[in-house]
Ligand binder design. Structure first.
Ligand code: AMP
Ligand code: MG
Length: 602
């Protein structure tokens, strides 16, 4: 049996990022930009007005107020889309509309509401002069040229996933097309003698094929182009014919025929075309999974078509699709974040997991009292597709856990959350907690060194109850802080320090945005109240009790042995602790497995 992670790694190692294509921007939604986009223009192109009002010289409004209007001669008007024909000289103003270019000489715009125009308009007639009822500062209601986008700047970077706002930015730059990684064509084949099409009447022993539809919809949802090959019968000829029709695709996904009974046919057929692996994955539902490579020739060159053989049961095929096909499609599309958006939620039902496999339970997640709660959506048979229709998440019950009890915290993969949520890369964070004198700092030091040795980029975070002393009296930074600055940053060619005054203790989530995304792992010392994963250091000599309640902990590092179902790791065995953290947090958060470190599974 192989783990979900191992299966995914192998699959991903066989799929490649596809080549780019240039196409109209509106067709690029959700695709990855394959070029750096620089601006050849300033946006806005000219200084212009952010309000309907009067363009004037700020100086001329000195002393103006509700009861002391300053009168300026109105010398013209300018609407959006046209250029001013007059300039604003001292003592004059030009009526201006939002978006209209600021006339020469003007440096501010006072909106209608702060003039006497409304009162006086009601008495009819044009206004030869206007009363200004407030003092304007230079730049008031003026949008500066190039304020949004300055000419020559890099505006969208290669690798960016195009969302509606990026498509808008491209349009504002005057670009009608973009170079993006092309969408993969995914051939989809249902197999089974019992299957008939949706529009055929049911006959005894037959069922409508639903997998082709679920899978095609999933492929579209994640940005691929589905190519439904239809239904393959459980015969060598039928399967061969169908698979031949799908050879021009970028990936082939079949469903059914991978459970012990009828797999042989698919296996023979696929083996003839290439290589195939038949895996037992440590997950439920979805244990049997086939993955293979079909050799094909395209334009005289030999190419490889990855084939994913999903189980036939409708729920199993959808859940295995989510775990394996989705990341493969995203990788082909050039996306970097392949993990499914997940949250932590309180599970509201007991879930038993008897056979030690990772269980994906269909749940409905709601947010109540500031917390996510997940309740199981009825019978969990792998043929019960309606339980999937009722679900908006998959609770992940870890392997070898025997299950979870109502009230436990679980990780839930959100089925419908916007894919670009994943754009914000979440760093794996683990905090080392423990009683005072338990040896947290020693373990931190050893772990940092161990992860550095494994090639990771590590950030270490320390919680210090008693304040801290890192800013030395006499230094410039100290002088700035003494003078009252709320934050002091000191930057040198090889270090950055950031010292900010706080009025409350920050939690890890609030700190992380400052840390930045470039690290592989954040190790924190302390922060026992944080919701991030925690490992407690326990020492016999300090008593049998723990600082945290066991449910909150991912593991306990101890020099004794405790009566708890949490994972226990031996004190002194840094490698074991690092392995635990790497396996459960770092590699899980990791998206593309082609990283230089770690054991690579073949
Ligand atoms: P198999 O993996 O081929 O043994 O199929 C397992 C179960 O899933 C059987 O009950 C099949 O009838 C069912 N099944 C297989 N393919 C489909 C499909 N395309 N649509 C609906 N049910 C299917
Ligand atoms: Mg079958």
């Amino acid at each position: 049996m192989i783990s979900v992670e191992e299966a995914l790694k192998k699959i991903l190692s066989y799929v490649e990022v596809l080549e780019p294509e240039r196409k109209p921007i509106l067709d690029c939604l959700g695709q990855v930009l394959a070029e750096d986009v620089y601006s050849t223009i300033d946006i806005p192109p000219l200084d212009n007005s952010a309000m309907d009002g009067y363009a004037l010289r700020a100086k001329d409004t000195r002393g103006a107020g509700e009861s002391s209007p300053r009168y300026l001669a109105v010398v013209g008007e300018v609407a959006a889309g046209s250029m001013p024909t007059k300039e604003v000289r001292p003592g004059t103003a030009i009526r201006i509309m939002t978006g209209a270019p600021l006339p020469e000489g003007a440096d501010a715009v006072v909106q209608f509401e702060n003039t006497d125009e409304v009162n006086r308009k009601s008495s009819g007639g044009d206004l030869p002069q206007i009363g200004i009822l407030c003092q304007a500062k230079k730049g008031l209601n003026v949008r500066g040229r190039g304020e949004d986008i300055a000419r020559g700047n890099l505006i969208l970077k290669k690798g960016k996933v195009l969302r509606p706002q990026e498509i808008g930015v491209l349009a504002s730059l005057g670009r009608s097309t973009a170079l993006v990684i092309r969408r993969p064509i995914v051939a989809i084949l249902a197999t089974g003698d019992e299957l008939i099409g949706v529009d055929q009447p049911l006959a005894p022993g037959k069922i409508h094929d639903s997998n082709n539809y679920t899978i095609a919809a999933e492929v579209s949802r994640y940005g691929g182009i589905p190519k439904i090959l239809g239904i393959g019968r459980d015969s060598v000829r039928s399967l061969t014919e169908k698979i031949d029709e799908g050879l021009d695709a970028d990936m082939l996904i079949t469903s059914g025929g991978v459970s012990k009974g009828d797999y042989d046919i698919v296996k023979d057929v696929l083996a003839e075309h290439g290589e195939v692996g038949f895996w037992t994955v440590c997950m439920k539902p979805g244990k049997p999974l086939a993955f293979g490579i079909i050799k094909k020739t395209e334009g005289g060159r030999e190419k490889k078509l990855p084939h994913l053989g999903l189980p036939g049961n409708p729920v199993s095929s959808m859940i295995t699709f989510e775990q394996f096909a989705r990341p493969a499609i995203l990788k082909m599309m050039g996306k970097k974040i392949l993990v499914k958006p997940a949250i932590r939620a309180i599970i509201e039902d007991d879930v038993v997991d008897t056979d030690g496999r990772r269980l994906f339970a269909r749940v409905s997640v709601t947010r109540r009292g500031g917390q996510y709660r997940a309740s199981v959506t009825g019978p969990q048979g792998s043929g019960i597709l309606t339980s999937m229709a009722k679900a908006n998440g998959l609770a992940v019950i870890p392997e070898n856990s025997k299950g979870v009890k109502a009230g436990d915290m679980v990780e839930v993969q959100m089925l419908d959350w916007g894919e670009e949520q994943g754009e914000v890369e979440t760093l794996p964070i683990v905090s080392i907690v423990g009683k005072s004198q338990s040896g947290k700092t020693v373990l931190m030091e050893q772990l940092i060194a161990e992860f550095k040795r494994r090639g990771y980029k590590v950030a270490a975070l320390k919680h210090s109850h008693g304040g801290m002393e890192i800013d030395h009296p006499g230094k410039d930074s100290w002088k700035f802080a003494q003078a009252g600055s709320d934050a002091v940053l000191v930057s040198s060619p090889d270090k950055l320090a950031f010292i900010k005054k706080l009025n409350h203790d920050l939690n890890i989530e609030e700190i992380m945005p400052i840390v930045g995304p470039e690290f592989d792992l954040v190790l924190a010392e302390g922060f026992r109240k944080s919701k991030t994963p925690k490992i407690e250091v326990h020492r016999k000599e300090l008593g049998d009790d723990l600082l945290c309640s066991p449910e909150e902990l991912s593991a306990i590092v101890t020099d004794g042995s405790l009566d708890t179902d949490r994972a226990q790791l031996p004190w002194g065995d840094t490698v074991a602790v690092a392995d635990f953290i790497e396996k459960n947090f770092v590699l899980k958060a990791r998206t593309v497995p082609s990283t230089p470190r770690g054991k690579r599974v073949r």
